[in-house]
Design a protein around this ligand. Sequence first.
Ligand SMILES: CC(C)(COP(=O)(O)OP(=O)(O)OC[C@H]1O[C@@H](n2cnc3c(N)ncnc32)[C@H](O)[C@@H]1OP(=O)(O)O)[C@@H](O)C(=O)NCCC(=O)NCCS
Length: 239
Amino acid sequence: MSEIHEICNDWKSFSIKIVQESDIPRIKTYLTSNFHLDEPVGQKLPQDDEFIEHTNEKMGLLLSKHQGLSLMAVDQKSRDIAGVQLMFIWKKEDAELEKAHLTGRLNSDSETPPAAIFRQRKVMNAMYAPMKKTQLGLFDTYKVEEIGWNFVASTGRSYRGQGLASELSRRMILLLQSTKVKLTFSMFTSPFSRRCATRNGFVEIDRCHWSEALDEDGKAVMPDAHGPEDFVALMILKL
Ligand SMILES: CC(C)(COP(=O)(O)OP(=O)(O)OC[C@H]1O[C@@H](n2cnc3c(N)ncnc32)[C@H](O)[C@@H]1OP(=O)(O)O)[C@@H](O)C(=O)NCCC(=O)NCCS
């Protein structure tokens, strides 16, 4: 088992550390400038500050609730955030609740009315929908009660292509191995994050091509996205 000082130390010109509650506000700022508009699906969607703020809020809450699992790299000179790998623990009971909603067994008043869901979220939901069964089935397939969900992989614009995401991902796996969690997964939309994941032992178990994703009315949400890398891959790693 890895010691924490093997995970949190200096690497190249970066200091790698576990994200703390006090880091959350600047992580949100970092994501606004380096993640949402650069992630391949985000790149294809209309820019919307309100949606980004809403997503940052949700991500901040996840980080606050699931502390000790996410990593950030800080540029030793400028002290800027150079990259992050963010993780939360997804529990079987949460997946069961989602399954119940999907099959219409629950009709909670607290559900967001469909009209209030951002267009961007609808597109993303459409893209992940064909993999929903595989995703919600992970708990039974791998006989686990909780799963580490790597919900953001990001390197800052000026730090890409130096191996930082691969290194942060490697260390995030070490960190997760020091807990009782036995499985981790992510939905990778970028060919580069897929390469990081493959390099660190993740395997693809499902994928959805963007051109095949359909909205609630059966209309393609990205009919022209036919490129060889235009897909999202559900990739897992047994720890
Ligand atoms: C995806 C992302 C996190 C990769 O970060 P990074 O620190 O540049 O990644 P690495 O340097 O560790 O490179 C990972 C792999 O991608 C390759 N790669 C990275 N950038 C590349 C580029 N511009 N052109 C070609 N290959 C590239 C590397 O060669 C490496 O491949 P290898 O393992 O076969 O050697 C970064 O590009 C990013 O933040 N993009 C915007 C947000 C995003 O798309 N996040 C992922 C969503 S799932």
